[in-house]
Write a protein that binds this ligand. Structure first.
Ligand SMILES: Nc1nc2c(ncn2[C@@H]2O[C@H](COP(=O)(O)OP(=O)(O)O)[C@@H](O)[C@H]2O)c(=O)[nH]1
Ligand SMILES: [Mg+2]
Length: 340
């Protein structure tokens, strides 16, 4: 399957739009800038918490994992380069004193790196905790003493804390395997755990985070991959925590297996909100400085119809929406746009 490219789609829309050449070239320049944006995410947490599983569930990681650093210092950080989305799979703490010292140093070093413009290289740190672990001491150590003090000025905007393996939080008890979700007892347990993590981080650092819980799913030898839970929620939080002008980058890299996005807590419609969030920022960034004001619709269609369609087909398994409702692709697309 040919990969969707949101930028090509925007360029086509702009080329075909009925606006003057001057505005056209401004818009095209904006898109060119958008295209060059890179997102760098550090994914960290103790060995076995599910960093690799989470990366594989969220993104289209068929593109080969690219090299680890050559020197022993950075060797343990694995780098994935998916177009302009760069993931740094970074060991957290809990591997013994000597290794932990090395890990902490590597993290601090990476957080201090700047890009060509002098901005912090790492846009966002995703810290993964294992919700089945009773003693989260090393995770607090990692968050409160290693990561947060090295996040610079905008600490709250650059860290996301997520509790993985929600299915195993009570050793597999109270997980509804048919519905692939926690029952009320487990939900309560997980809510409490998330609240206590929030408190410990606030007490330790004064920084307010909103931990969420999810399951990246898992694969057992010879069995089918179990579906993730709340992965759509995690993606929504990741997108919202990403600088607006970079959000379009996700569209080209999100896992297109709709099974990944089916089950969540349904507190809000995460797929819809993710689409809306990305579309809004893409339209804003594309039209920046161009004198088209309310006429953005003339370029990208009403409510960003054409760009929105591209986003819709990849974000949150909109393929499921298209197939699921009333049959027929056109109906599905109509349903999708009636949501706006
Ligand atoms: N039950 C369950 N197992 C998981 C989940 N996420 C990861 N795992 C399993 O936990 C183990 C460690 O995961 P991995 O992604 O390698 O962790 P990493 O060391 O942080 O990269 C693997 O056997 C995964 O299949 C989850 O949400 N639920
Ligand atoms: Mg791993």
């Amino acid at each position: 399957m040919r990969k969707t490219n949101i930028f090509e789609n925007m360029e086509n829309d702009i080329m075909n739009a009925d606006i003057n050449e001057n505005e056209k070239s401004k818009l095209l320049k904006n898109v060119m800038r958008l295209k060059e944006n890179k997102i760098n995410i550090m994914i960290t947490g103790a060995t076995g918490c599910g960093k690799s599983s989470t990366i594989n569930a969220l993104f289209d990681t068929e593109v080969a994992k690219v090299g680890v650093g050559v020197d022993p210092e950075t060797m343990e950080i694995e780098k994935y380069e998916l177009d302009n989305l760069i993931l740094w799979d970074t060991p957290g703490l809990g591997d013994g004193k000597e290794a932990d010292n090395r890990h902490a140093k590597n993290i601090i070093h990476k957080l201090a790196e700047v890009d060509a413009q002098g901005n912090a290289l790492i846009d966002l740190v995703l810290v993964i905790l294992d919700s089945g672990t009773r003693d989260l001491g090393t995770s607090y150590e990692l968050i409160n003493n290693v990561i947060i003090p090295n996040l610079g000025a905008d600490k709250e905007g650059r860290i996301l804390v997520a509790l993985n393996q929600a299915d195993m939080a009570m050793k597999g008890r109270n997980w509804d395997y048919d519905k692939n979700e926690p029952n009320n007892t487990l939900k309560e347990f997980l809510d409490k755990k998330a609240a206590s993590v929030k408190n410990r981080i606030f007490e330790g650092t004064g920084v307010n985070v909103t931990p969420i819980y999810y399951s990246a799913g898992y694969k057992e030898e010879g069995e089918e991959q179990s579906r993730p839970y709340n992965l759509s929620k995690l993606l929504y939080y990741i997108v919202k925590a990403t600088p607006a002008e970079k959000r379009a980058v996700y569209v080209n890299n999100i896992n297109q297996d709709e099974n990944m996005w089916k089950d969540d807590d349904e507190l809000i419609d995460y797929a819809k909100e993710t689409k809306r969030t990305i579309l809004q920022s893409v339209m804003d960034s594309a039209s920046e400085g161009a004198d088209i004001g309310g006429e953005i619709g003339e370029v990208f269609g009403p409510a960003g119809e054409t760009v929105g369609r591209v986003i819709g087909t990849v974000v949150g398994g909109a393929a499921g929406v298209v197939k699921g409702i009333g049959g027929g692709i056109i109906d599905g697309i109509k349903d999708f746009f009636s949501l706006w």
